[in-house]
Write a protein of this length. Structure first.
Length: 200
């Protein structure tokens, strides 16, 4: 990929992160922000939007760092494990999904709390990852499915770690959806940019 397409990917992913963060923030905190707007607190309302945009840009940069780190790790994985790399990725996906249930439960659950609510995020992440991986496979080839699923589940979870440590529902959603949007966007755009670069 040429430098022009890298810049395009970088800037457009920043935009995706900023827009998604603003949308998610207003959905999660709808009552608070509509009250501010209704009360005529327009300056404060605009400053909050600017703050959300800034946070969204940070989320986008975290996503892009994770994406480029994964591209490097994927190359190393292919070189070290060769044909076993797909199996290794599947094991890591299972391990991360298990950790999302088990470690969150032992870290944050109160005595007598059910384990079932802690399955919600891992199941959602897996289902969403499967959908994105399927789209990636249909747009490229069958060998892209496992790497795409690995990226959407494992790498997204690593990027999401700051919110996981806090375990505050609003922050979990506030960070997760922009990361998923940015990660999906980069993953599904990369092969198109590579194709464009190859034809020039």
């Amino acid at each position: 990929m040429n430098s022009r397409n890298w810049v395009r990917l970088f800037l457009s992913t920043l935009l995706v992160g900023a827009v998604t963060t603003v949308i998610v923030a207003f959905i999660v905190r709808w009552d608070q922000h509509t009250a501010q707007f209704a009360n005529g607190e327009y300056l404060q309302f605009l400053s909050i939007i600017a703050w959300y945009i800034g946070v969204g840009l940070i989320f986008s940069i975290i996503s892009q760092m994770g994406f480029f780190a994964y591209l490097t790790i994927h190359r190393f994985g292919l070189g070290i494990f060769k044909s076993l790399w797909s199996a290794v990725q599947v094991v890591l996906i299972i391990f991360v999904l298990f950790d999302l249930v088990y470690f969150r439960y032992i870290s944050f659950a109160n005595e007598g709390d059910s384990l079932l609510p802690y399955f919600a995020f891992p199941i959602f992440l897996l289902v969403y990852g499967l959908l994105v991986a399927y789209v990636k496979k249909t747009q490229t080839n069958k060998h892209a499915f496992i790497p795409a699923l690995f990226f959407m589940v494992v790498v997204t979870t690593i990027e999401w770690f700051p919110a996981l440590r806090e375990n505050e529902p609003g922050w979990l959603l506030f960070m997760l959806f922009p990361l998923l949007a940015c990660n999906s966007y980069q993953l599904l755009l990369l092969h198109r940019l590579n194709k464009v670069s190859a034809t020039k």
